[in-house]
Design a protein around this ligand. Sequence first.
Ligand SMILES: Nc1ncnc2c1ncn2[C@@H]1O[C@H](COP(=O)(O)OP(=O)(O)O)[C@@H](O)[C@H]1O
Ligand SMILES: [Mg+2]
Length: 414
Amino acid sequence: MTSLRILVHRTDESLDDEIRAAVVSLSDSQTVLHFQGDLRGTVTAAENFQPSLVLLEIADDLEATRTLVEESLAVVPDATIVGVYDVDRLPPSETESTMMMRALRLGVEDFVRRPVIGNDLEQLIQRRLGPRKKKKLANAKLVSFISNKGGVGKSTSAVNVAVALAKDHPGRVALIDGSLQMGVCAAQLNMMPRVTLVDAWEQRERLDEELLRQLMTTHESGLELLAAPESAIDAAEIDEAFFSRILLMARRLYDYVIIDTFPLFDRTVMTILDLSDQAVIVVENVVPTLQTVRGFFDLLSEVNFPESRQRVLLNRFTTRGGSPGIGDVAKYLERQPDYVVPFNRNVVTAANTGTPVVMTSRRGAASAFRELAKDIQSLEVREAPSFDTANEANRPSSEQGAYESQNSLGSASS
Ligand SMILES: Nc1ncnc2c1ncn2[C@@H]1O[C@H](COP(=O)(O)OP(=O)(O)O)[C@@H](O)[C@H]1O
Ligand SMILES: [Mg+2]
């Protein structure tokens, strides 16, 4: 599920279909393409999209190539820069090898010939991004809490699990409030952070791991929180390309990254899923909720989010008031819930006082949240596909639709 991102700079748009076709034939990869035709667009895209490969069409003007290479490397230093050329359309004064020599001197690291075919692209990826070139793995475990419905307990679960983890790993756990339009994590932790995701967004030009660390607010449990914006209007600007950058950085900074989400299957949630080692689907045993959860499972399967990375948490479990028992819940879901969190009045009190139950209790709901935290600690981090430099994966975005994805989550979006 980790995506390979390729940024293509070209003026000849006939290259697009060639590359699309080559990408389709790649084995075992989720590839996301982004095409650009002008210098500024390419540099901005490189920055937001953080590609592993930048394909530059080598045209007559090698000086332009130099600028592109320099500017791209400045914003994505880890990307591999690849020249794409057509032997039949080299400048009259150049041969294939003189062109290559010159391009290499300008910082191009590798080449593919047109027409670009799948096999060549595959070999290039192996050569450049294969195991030997693998960079240091970002090996945090990333776990998100999702649902198709509000009020089921995502935030409560995310906060409690994050605090439980932080108690064992102080300073090593990040909670990111991805419920951008209505974040409650800070309130549930009785925190009033001076900085939120909006500050990170405003400083996006210079945002790096060090700055991100400074933007986090420390909770008494040792948990590091990146809070949602206070106002939904501020949050509206934040896009998923930026959100994925935050997650990728957090993954390098911490050992555990817990993400709360908003109950909407939008691009932000897809980005989060793409990067999640595990998604905890929170449901409650109320018949109308259970009736719609199956549809949500179907959606996850449509976007190829595998069941092996899903866990079902049945929250607020009670058999009072005619609520279905576990057996009936399992029938509705067509699977067994992995965790059952009982209805506890003290969870409500905890939300009001801003002291999560795992801080004050070992029983009931707290015990279930701890169990989940324990399983997260023993979770195997997904192995990155061989092409992956392991520092990237992105759910690309663009209102203009400039980003495209092939057989990935994105194809089923919106
Ligand atoms: N196990 C539980 N027992 C009792 N109340 C709960 C439990 N889990 C959550 N709640 C309460 O349900 C409400 C909604 O929970 P919340 O975590 O905000 O849901 P979501 O994030 O899915 O919208 C909150 O008032 C919370 O305190
Ligand atoms: Mg919530």
